[in-house]
Design a protein around this ligand. Structure first.
Ligand code: ZN
Ligand code: ZN
Length: 144
């Protein structure tokens, strides 16, 4: 299901307003370059895309902007086990299958996994703000 460009800019504008972040055409282009991307792109992939529209943009600017989007709740970070961070425009609760060979990250939903209880000693020691299950293995193209 593709979101209409109008909806995207609407969500984006509201979030920026909430976070007191100035809405600039550059930030808009960066956001639009990954909002419909189910592939959990890295900052470098976003950089390659945005550079086609804004030739003089720096990697650092892209990286900083993506991290500020994460702070605003527009994106989530998918930790990459020492590999570059990957960004997820889907901020609803879901889980990931990660291919250990090609690093592909595939979304899936599962009610039973959503309902997993956090162990008591973890709850007592830390403030838990979220949980996710990562399933690892070989994706269908790597399995061949
Ligand atoms: Zn794979
Ligand atoms: Zn995801």
């Amino acid at each position: 299901m593709n979101k209409q460009t109008g909806d995207i800019s609407e969500t984006f504008r509201n979030k920026c307003r909430e976070a007191n972040l100035k809405i600039t055409p550059q930030r808009m282009i960066i956001f639009e370059s990954l909002v419909d991307d189910k592939g959990h792109p890295s900052a470098d992939i976003v950089f390659q895309r945005v550079r086609k529209k804004i030739p003089n943009v720096s990697f650092d600017t892209i990286n900083r902007t993506l991290l500020s989007f994460v702070d605003m709740g527009l994106l989530k970070v998918v930790e990459g086990y020492g590999r570059p961070k990957r960004f997820d425009p889907d901020t609803e609760s879901h889980h990931h299958f990660q291919c250990t060979r090609c690093n592909k990250i595939i979304d899936f939903c599962d009610k039973a996994l959503d309902a997993i209880e956090v162990p008591k000693d973890i709850k007592n020691r830390f403030t838990v703000t979220g949980k996710k299950v990562v399933v690892e293995g070989l994706c269908d193209s790597c399995r061949k």
